[in-house]
Design a protein around this ligand. Sequence first.
Ligand SMILES: *[C@@H]1O[C@H](CO)[C@@H](O)[C@H](O)[C@H]1NC(C)=O
Ligand SMILES: *[C@@H]1O[C@H](CO)[C@@H](O)[C@H](O)[C@H]1NC(C)=O
Ligand SMILES: *[C@@H]1O[C@H](CO)[C@@H](O)[C@H](O)[C@H]1NC(C)=O
Ligand SMILES: *[C@@H]1O[C@H](CO)[C@@H](O)[C@H](O)[C@H]1NC(C)=O
Ligand SMILES: *[C@@H]1O[C@H](CO)[C@@H](O)[C@H](O)[C@H]1NC(C)=O
Ligand SMILES: *[C@@H]1O[C@H](CO)[C@@H](O)[C@H](O)[C@H]1NC(C)=O
Ligand SMILES: *[C@@H]1O[C@H](CO)[C@@H](O)[C@H](O)[C@H]1NC(C)=O
Length: 750
Amino acid sequence: MRWIWFILVVLGDSGQKRNLALSQVCQRQPTCAECIRSPYCAWCKKEGFLKKGELNERRCDLAETLKDRGCSYSDIINPEAEKDVAKNDKISSEHSNVIQLMPQSLDIKLRVGEPFEFNVQFKRARGYPIDLFYLMDLSFSMKDDLDKIKNLGQDILSTLESFTQDKRIGFGSFVDKVSLPYSSMIKARRHNPCPSRMENCQPAFTFRNILPLTEWPEKFKKEVSKQRISGNLDSPEAGLEAILQATVCQKELGWRNVTRILVYTSDDTFHLAGDGRLAGIHQPHDGRCHLDINGTYNGMLLDYPSVGHLSRLLQDANMQLIFAVTEEIFPAYKALSELIPQSVVGILKKDSSNVVQLISEAYRNLSSTVVLEHKGPPQGMSVMYHSACSGASLTWSTQVECRGVKPEDDAIEFTVRLNASHCLEQRKELEFRVQGVRDVLRVSVETFCFCECDDVQEMAFQCKEHGTLICGVCSCNDTYQGQFCECEQQGESKCHGNSAQECSGHGRCECGECVCEENYRHTHCECDDNSCPHHAGKMCNGKGNCDCGECKCEEGFMGAACECSGETTGCVGQNGLQCSAQGVCKCNQCFCNKTVTGEHCDRIVNPCNTAVYRECMLCINSEQNSAQCDNVCGEVRCKKQPGPQEYECSHGNLTYKVELDNSGHFFILYSELPRRIDKTYVIIGSSVSGIILIGILVIVVYRLLLELYDIREYHSFLHAQEETDWKNTHNPLFKGATTTVKNPMHSQDG
Ligand SMILES: *[C@@H]1O[C@H](CO)[C@@H](O)[C@H](O)[C@H]1NC(C)=O
Ligand SMILES: *[C@@H]1O[C@H](CO)[C@@H](O)[C@H](O)[C@H]1NC(C)=O
Ligand SMILES: *[C@@H]1O[C@H](CO)[C@@H](O)[C@H](O)[C@H]1NC(C)=O
Ligand SMILES: *[C@@H]1O[C@H](CO)[C@@H](O)[C@H](O)[C@H]1NC(C)=O
Ligand SMILES: *[C@@H]1O[C@H](CO)[C@@H](O)[C@H](O)[C@H]1NC(C)=O
Ligand SMILES: *[C@@H]1O[C@H](CO)[C@@H](O)[C@H](O)[C@H]1NC(C)=O
Ligand SMILES: *[C@@H]1O[C@H](CO)[C@@H](O)[C@H](O)[C@H]1NC(C)=O
C-alpha cells in the first residue's frame, strides 16, 4: 500500500511544483553540495558538460535549463522533497481504538528553502471518555457553596452523560499556605480559623486531593459531605498552586489519557509567583507533584507558580480548564484565561447553584474550538498553517484555530507547510497535536544537503591523475590547478584584473591565464562582444559591431547604439542656420550653448537680465568710438535705433532688445525713451484721491439714508399720536392720586 501512497504524493507534488515554476530562480553555486542547498537548483555531473572557459557554477541551474543545455536526465542531480507516511490509521471513534488525528507519523525529506506541504485531518471522537476533577476553594466565604456541592457529583455525571458513557469525577480543595500573612498563626485560630468561635472550621491547608477520579457518584457525595469549611486571612488564595498540583499529580489523582477537564471554583483572586516572599519562601516552584500519603500538599517549601509555568504544564498534560468564578472577580480570571490555552471562564452564582450548567456550556465551548499546534521545530525551520475553516482565502499563519466546530461536522483538514532555511545536522522530530487532545502526529524531518554521486574517483584519469573526480568536477591536489588539474601551481596568478572576481567572472583561470567563456575575450575576460546597447530591438541598431561592450558604428552613424544617422535637417531653423550657429547638431538634434535655448537654439536665455548685453549697450551709447567697447561686447554687436521706440528690456531711459542676426551673431537694438512725466506720482495721487472721494461718497450716502429714516420715524410717531385719542380722565398715566377714606367712627355724623 505504501508505494501507492508514495506515487500519489509525487503526482500531487509535481502539480504544485508547476504552479511555483514561475517564481523559481536558482542561485548558482560552484559545488554540488552547495548547489543542492540552494533552492530550486539542480546539478549536472556529466563529464565534459562545460564548454571552454565555463566555470563550475554553470553546472548548477534549474533542471529544465540544464536539460536544454544538453545534460541528460540521468546526469542531473536534483533531489525532490519526499514524504513517507509511516503510520496512517483512519480516524475512528470506536471505543477500543479512538483515533482523532490522521496521519500519525510522517517521514519527510526536504530541500533547503523550498517549502513543503502536507495535510492533517482532525475529528473529535464522539463519546470520548471524560475525566473531570472538581477543584474547590474552601475559604470561609465559600461556606454556602459547600452545602450545595454535596449532591453535585450525581448532577455533573448525568450532565456528562450527554457527551459520553465513560466518565469519572474527582474532588480536591484548596485554601492557602499556612503561614503569615496568608493564614493566622495564633494557636486557637490555627485550629479553628473561622471568624466566629461558634462555628466549626477545619485548619487551613494549601491543597488536598480529597477524592481521586472515580465513576461512583456516591463516593463523591460521601467524601464531599465530610468536608468542613476552612479559613485564612488575606483574600487571594493558593488557587494556581492547587491547579498545578492537580495537573502534575497524574498518578495520585488517577488521570487517564482521555479528555481531561479541571473545574476550578472560587470567589476570590489568586496568589502569583513572588508572593511567597512575604512568608520568606524564595524557592521557585519546580513543577513537580508534592502530595504526601494523605493527599495533602504542604506549600511551605515552594513559592506560588507563575502563570507561564502553569500554562505550559497544563498544555503538556492536555488539561482543559474551566474557571467558574463569582462576578466580582470575573475580570481577573478572564485576563488569566487569555494567557492559558484551552481555558474558559464562566460566572458562578453566589451559592454555586449554576455550576452544572456552566460546566456543560464551557465543555461545549472548549470542544467547539480546535487549535492545531506544534512542538520542537528545530531552529531555522518555519511551520505555517492553513485551514479552510479559517476562511476560504489561502493565508498562511503561524497558528491555526477553527471555531464553532460542531460534533457532527466532518473531519477538519489542515495544511501544514514546512520550510527549512538551512541544513539540519540530523533527523529532527516535530510533534503536532490539537490542544487538549492526546493524539499526536510525529513528523521526522531531514534535509537534502549532500550530493550522492556514484562516480567519486580518486586520482581520476579525467583529472590527469592529480585530483579527485566528484560529481563531474575535479578537486585537484594541493599543487595542481585547472579544470582537469592540468596545471601545476606557479607563482602569481595573472587572472585578477581590475575586477574583484577572477577573470571578471566570465572565464576560468587555467594555468595562470584566463580562458574565457564564449562571447568574452581579452586578458581578464572583461570584454563582452555580446552585450552592447540596443536600439530599435537590434544591437548597435544593426549599424555597427559590438566590441568590448561598445558599439563601433558604420560610416554616417553615431551614438552609443549607432542610433544616429548623419542627417541634420532637424537642426536647421528658420534662419537657415544649423542650430543658429549657437550649438552643435548631434543625432539630428541641437545641443545649445548656455546662452541660448529652444529647438534650434534661437531663443536667447534671459536677455534683459544678462549683464553682457546691458554693459555693451551702455558702452556703445556713451562712447562714440565703438572700437573701445570691443572687450566689453566681444562677439555682440549693438546698434541704436532712432525715434521713439519701445522694446522688451529697459535700463534707465534706454530701451533695448537682443536678437540673433542672420549669421548667428548676437545683435542689440536700442533706443532712448522720450522724457516722460513720472507716472508714479500720478498713479499714487490718483489712487489716494480716488480712495478719499469714495470715502466721502459713502459717508454722504449713509448720512442721507439716516436722515430719511429719521423723517419717516417722526411722521409715523405723529400719526400714531393722532390716532390715540386719550381722554385726560382715562389716561392711565394721568390717573388722579385721590384717596377716599371712610372713617367708621364718623359714620354716625355723616
Ligand atoms: C498517556 O500518554 C503518555 C504519552 O502520550 C504516556 O507516556 C502515558 O504512559 C500514557 N498514560 C496512560 C495512563 O496511558
Ligand atoms: C496522615 O493522616 C494520619 C491520620 O489522619 C496522620 O496520623 C498522619 O500524621 C498523616 N500523615 C501526614 C504525612 O500528614
Ligand atoms: C461559551 O461561548 C459563548 C459564545 O461564544 C459565550 O457567550 C459564553 O460566555 C461561553 N461560555 C463559557 C462558560 O465560556
Ligand atoms: C522559505 O525559506 C526561504 C529561506 O529562509 C525563504 O527565502 C523563502 O521565501 C521561504 N518560502 C516561503 C514560501 O515562505
Ligand atoms: C597529492 O598527490 C600526491 C602524488 O601525486 C599524493 O601522494 C598525495 O596523496 C596527493 N594528495 C592528496 C590530498 O590527494
Ligand atoms: C557657441 O557655439 C558655437 C558653435 O558650436 C561655438 O563656436 C562657440 O564657441 C560657442 N560659444 C560659447 C560662448 O560657448
Ligand atoms: C537720458 O539720460 C541721460 C543721463 O541720465 C541724459 O543725459 C539724456 O539726455 C537722457 N535722454 C533723453 C532723451 O531724455
